[in-house]
Design a protein around this ligand. Structure first.
Ligand code: TRP
Length: 338
């Protein structure tokens, strides 16, 4: 039997290069060999956006289209919607007894995110909600409801997988062997740099290239990319290793990469020319995505059907898990007990 992969993504924005190279390319590779479930984590997205439900709603289908355009095959993977699986919410409640507040506050991912919120809103953390601090518990419910063996994630998510494993062990210890302990699966390119030279591309950092960007937006972003700051004039020699344009030439596997590198080092390649070449190569690279994206935009009922089918499949699995969980917890009052 194939092992199960479970991973999730928050519908708060469109798919960008950071997602594509950091995570989604990995999911695409794995889809042939594993029973793959991709969760559109709308409930988790609401922990941060509870006062902006339109944003979450608008991005559910948008993100599904992006994922399909990126190359996830609806015949192979189950893309499903978190809010439609009530077992996940139930498990979250059951697991909440197995986690202390101190442990949640110590979770490095939660800690970093709370620090970011404090810096952003300039308060002492008063606005940190119960739902937010508890989202690792809900994520443990996502993973275990679907009985995930492997969870492909970026490095920032490792503490959440660890917390899930702790919950599973505690559950099994108290109620008897019931749940599977998942393993994290790190993507090789876990982090993609932004065009501005920042270590991470991110929506909130404003340095992302989206699959959905128009040609004009793409051009503007590439022309504004950070190059070697020591290079002042067009024919100065430069160091490609500190140049974001070179980084992206490499990322999209430009077949001309050796020339790009040697010309740059020799001072025979102006940055404007180099950016124009990157733009052209990027257009070629993005062409198949854009075509697929257009197809799904024009066949939105097909997208909804894919999401509904994926959700039914996930629900069936979650219902099975719930039967076992309720039995172990002795809350299966109306079932025949064997
Ligand atoms: N927290 C993840 C993120 O922000 C998204 C996510 C939700 C997830 N549920 C998951 C990841 C389950 C792995 C497994 O990227």
């Amino acid at each position: 039997m194939k092992k199960t992969i479970l991973t999730g993504i928050r519908p708060t924005g469109n798919l960008h290069f950071g997602h594509l190279f950091g995570a989604v390319s990995n999911w695409i590779k794995l889809q042939d060999d594993y029973d793959t479930f991709i969760e559109i984590a709308d409930v988790q997205a609401l922990t941060d956006n509870f006062n902006n439900p339109e944003k979450v709603r608008d991005h559910v289908l948008e993100l599904t289209i992006d994922l399909l355009a990126a190359g996830l095959d609806s015949e192979k993977v189950h893309i499903f919607l978190q809010s439609e699986i009530k077992e996940i919410a139930e498990l979250t409640v059951f697991y909440s007894n197995l986690v202390t507040m101190a442990r949640l506050y110590r979770n490095p991912t939660v800690k970093t995110e709370i620090a970011q919120k404090k810096a952003l809103f300039g308060n002492d953390g008063e606005s940190v909600t119960y739902g937010f601090v508890g989202y690792p518990v809900s994520q443990a419910a996502d993973i275990t409801a679907l009985q995930g063996d492997l969870v492909p994630v970026g490095e920032d998510q490792l503490p959440l997988i660890e917390q899930c494993r702790e919950i599973v062990r505690k559950f099994n210890h108290i109620y008897g062997e019931t749940l599977k302990e998942p393993e994290p699966y790190l993507s090789e390119n876990a982090r993609i740099k932004g065009l501005d030279g920042k270590e991470k591309m991110g929506k909130s950092l404003g340095n992302a290239i989206y699959l959905k960007d128009s040609d004009e937006e793409l051009k503007k972003k590439i022309m504004g990319a950070v190059t070697d700051p020591k290079k002042i004039k067009k024919d100065d020699k430069a160091d490609p290793e500190v140049c974001m344009v070179y980084y992206y030439h490499k990322l999209i596997k430009n077949d001309n990469i050796k020339t790009v590198c040697s010309e740059c080092k020799a001072g025979k390649r102006g940055c404007v020319f180099c950016k124009q070449e990157l733009y052209q190569k990027m257009l070629e690279y993005l062409k198949p995505f854009k075509e697929k994206r257009k197809y799904y935009e024009e066949h939105i009922d097909e997208v909804k059907k894919i999401l509904q089918d994926g959700t039914s499949c996930a629900r069936e699995k979650a219902e099975n898990t719930m039967k076992d969980v309720k039995k172990s917890m002795k809350i299966d009052y109306f079932e025949e007990r064997g």
